[in-house]
Design a protein around this ligand. Structure first.
Ligand code: ADP
Length: 388
């Protein structure tokens, strides 16, 4: 058996193992294989072959002693030798600096709150110094921490990441090409609308207003796809400027009411506030949060948007009385392409990229974004931006 497959690990897998084997030597070469072994032993051998051939590493953290036990494959994935000592800190030092803090925070958060863990990060491992991407999945084996282990698997997802990158470059190119004619179309619709107003041509005014709505919806989608491709390539570029956040919120509320006239949006009055941020991107965050609030709640249900000022930040909240989100889903909402799968959400269209983009944009501004939610009662999405 793998050296770390002691009773601890097997209790996680609900399997029994030979506790006397402390040799650390992989026992499974073919010549040792004994078809007469009891079933659980065979099951572990089979699991080991499957994990090895899939290039999957395993790790365990004992919640009491905080001891970190990586498998040989885990060490190899982090660029260490199979039998080399590797502490949790050693492993994290291999993570590319830009991603290190968020990776450590995500693991600590999942550990502290006993949540499921899923993270992806790039590492630079010797000897070839090439960057590769790893994914880490984990969780507690039982809700009783005293009797449970925080454990999971590690996989090399470099190839998948590279193909994602190619795909998102393609999406970026296509959406860029689509945006140019659509922007021209929008300008012509506005010109025609002005002309129709002068002529008092009510039919054209009504028809052009519908065209304008659809063009705006398409532009929002294209902007999301453009930002997605930038975010996936790690390149969200910010054009910061000083602007009045309250004015932007008013504009976005009007725009949302124009596109989604089904809901009642309350824009809570607050004192004027100026921020130094990328206006277009913050607009996209607000559009995403407001359109989600409308999408995931009943027509005519009230949505409230407002903000409060703290010493160094402004905190914006979008409150709805909609479906809400079950606690295990909350951590995953901000992952790319993640959508909650339920009877209620299956009929609601979406790409699962809106919240991921919101999080990327807010993080790039050194702000925070999170959600508080009660299933069946509604959700409050909040984000902060630093004040000048
Ligand atoms: P999309 O709405 O296109 O699926 P998002 O990234 O905006 O993608 O949202 C991800 C998921 O989070 C949604 O599929 C939905 O399940 C959930 N979600 C987002 N906003 C809300 C909300 N206001 N209320 C309930 N669930 C929400």
């Amino acid at each position: 058996m793998m050296c770390f497959l002691n009773k601890v690990f097997c209790s996680t897998l609900h399997l029994r193992v030979d506790m006397n084997n402390q040799s650390g030597v992989n026992e499974f070469p073919d010549e040792n294989y004994n078809p007469d072994l009891p079933e659980p032993f065979k099951a572990i051998d089979i699991a080991e072959i499957a994990l090895d051939s899939a290039n999957v590493g395993i790790w365990i953290i004992d919640p009491v002693s905080r001891k970190f036990l990586p498998s040989e494959r885990t060490r190899e994935l982090f660029g260490f030798l199979p039998k080399e000592d590797m502490s949790f800190e050693d492993a994290m030092l291999k993570v590319v600096v830009k991603h290190r803090k968020s990776a450590v925070e995500a693991i600590e958060n999942a550990f502290r709150k006993q949540h499921a863990l899923y993270i992806e990060f790039p590492i630079v491992a010797v000897p070839d110094h090439k960057q590769k991407w790893l994914s880490v999945t984990g969780g507690f084996s039982s809700p009783n921490v005293g009797n449970s282990y925080f454990s999971g698997i590690i996989m090399d997802i470099t190839e998948q990441k590279q193909s994602d990158l190619r795909r998102s470059k393609f999406i970026g190119m296509v959406s860029h090409e689509l945006k140019t004619p659509l922007t021209a179309l929008k300008a012509y619709v506005q010109m025609l609308n002005n002309w129709a107003k002068k002529q008092k041509d009510n039919f054209s005014i009504g028809a052009l207003s519908k065209v304008d709505k659809q063009v705006k919806k398409m532009l929002n989608m294209i902007n999301s796809l453009l930002n997605l491709s930038g975010a996936e390539a790690g390149k969200i570029h910010l054009n910061k400027e000083e602007f009045r956040l309250d004015t932007l919120i008013n504009e976005v509320v009007e725009e949302t009411l124009f596109i989604t006239a089904t809901h009642h949006i309350v824009n809570a009055p607050s004192e004027a506030v100026t921020v130094n941020a990328d206006r277009e991107k913050i607009e996209q965050v607000l559009v995403n949060l407001l359109s989600n609030a409308a999408k995931y709640s009943d027509k005519s249900a009230e949505i409230e948007i407002g903000y409060v000022l703290h010493d160094t930040t402004v905190e914006v909240s979008v409150i709805d009385q909609g479906l809400g989100v079950e606690p295990p889903e909350i951590e995953k909402l901000f992952l790319p392409h993640y959508r909650v799968e339920s009877k209620e959400t299956e009929k609601i269209a979406g790409f699962g990229i809106g919240l991921y983009l919101c999080a990327e944009i807010i993080n790039r501004h050194h702000g925070k974004i999170w959600v508080e939610s009660k299933p069946g009662k509604g959700s409050t999405f909040k984000f902060t931006l630093p004040l000048n």
